[in-house]
Design a protein around this ligand. Structure first.
Ligand code: NDP
Ligand code: OXD
Length: 319
């Protein structure tokens, strides 16, 4: 029986988490963890599989024989932009725990803005006892841009919390209890949206989509007047300078940003010091590494048994 192909693991995650998750993973196969100094400079030809997250640009020239590439996360922009990506199937990570984490982040941020959490924190620090008028979730329309795996789960959980929820995607969707918009219906969608949630992949079409023009089309008739922008998708889809200007001028009332055009966010970024901005360091839905390896193993087993791979990326669409 031919021996099983090794798997290259090249994940710029927390190294200890990768090490721990590798224990017991990929039974019967050699794992070449590129974070391990023992593998630095090692020849990688003849290897069929690689699991990657933010790989170095020379990966594909070092590993010229890959048959399948696996993204360490749901997004694949970091793979599609690597030089020499071979014309082989690219599989992204779709996972219950990742999806759940993103919905937690989205719901948490919508609730923090709804419940004016920052205003109460500020008052608490100054020992000020003051109540502010309190709309309920049903008074707010949350518009989700991107109705894929993450967007659909988030809309479902936002609805459970009572938010009116609408969504926009490339192709029209039928989702129970949610008004959906597609393609050129974007302006109509924006006009109904009080809290805008970004859950889009980064593609040629979505680069810079969250810009001044788009913010100016959001509803201003919600309970807080100015709309709120919440982005858990990709930083390349937003224009940071436009967000700053919109927050300063009142076109936007507040924001929650997990992703930035340049990551890590530089220490001198004005976003850190803005009272009406919540910042998290691209952790809205980090991959559970054990679950990632289980998913890769499952897909390799399918591939080697002649079954079709799941969660394939459409290279032309870019996601
Ligand atoms: P999916 O591929 O399942 O969904 C993508 C959605 O975006 C689809 O509804 C798609 O439309 C829509 N879309 C894509 N391009 C366009 C466009 N040009 N116009 C309108 N709609 C568009 O992805 P996921 O839901 O799994 O993930 C979304 C993104 O979230 C990932 O690509 C990643 O960048 C980001 N992410 C961020 C994380 C974080 O920690 N911050 C963690 C995980 C993911 P259609 O349905 O018609 O195809
Ligand atoms: C992902 C991410 O794409 O964590 O999974 O950003």
């Amino acid at each position: 029986m031919p021996s099983k192909s090794p798997v290259i693991v090249d994940l710029k995650f927390i190294p200890q988490e990768v090490e721990a998750a590798l224990k017991g993973a990929f039974a019967g196969r050699e794992v070449i963890n590129l974070a391990d100094v023992a593998h630095q400079g090692r020849a990688l030809s003849g290897i069929d599989y690689a699991v990657v997250w933010k790989s170095d640009p020379d990966l594909f020239s070092r590993a010229p024989d890959l048959k399948v590439v696996f993204s360490g996360g749901a997004g694949v922009d970091h793979v599609l932009t690597l030089p020499g990506l071979p014309a082989v199937p690219l599989v992204r990570f779709v996972d219950r725990s990742l999806t759940t984490r993103m919905s937690e982040w989205v719901v948490m941020n919508c609730l923090m803005h709804l419940r004016q959490h920052r205003a109460y924190e500020t008052r608490a620090k100054a020992h000020v006892w003051e109540d502010l008028s309190q709309p309920e979730a049903a008074d707010v329309t949350v518009g989700v841009m991107g109705l894929g795996v993450l967007g659909q789960d988030a809309t479902h959980k936002l609805r459970i919390m009572g938010f009116k929820t609408i969504g926009w995607s490339r192709s029209k969707k039928e989702i129970d209890g949610i008004e959906t918009f597609a393609g050129d219906e974007l302006d109509a969608f924006l006009g109904c949206t009080d809290f805008l949630v970004g859950l889009l992949p980064l593609t040629d079409e979505t680069r810079g989509i969250f810009n001044a023009q788009l913010f100016s089309k959001l509803s201003r008739s919600g309970p807080f007047g100015a709309p709120v922008f919440i982005n858990g998708g990709r930083g390349g889809s937003q224009i940071g300078a436009d967000i700053l200007a919109a927050l300063k001028s009142g076109v936007l009332g507040a924001a929650s940003l997990d992703v930035f055009e340049q990551e890590p966010l530089t220490k001198d970024s004005p976003f850190w010091d803005m009272d009406n901005v919540y910042i998290t360091p691209h952790v809205a839905a980090s991959s559970d590494v054990k679950a990632l390896f289980a998913h890769v193993e499952q897909q390799i087993n399918r591939f080697e048994s002649g079954l079709s791979l799941e969660h394939l990326v459409d290279r032309k669409a870019g996601y």
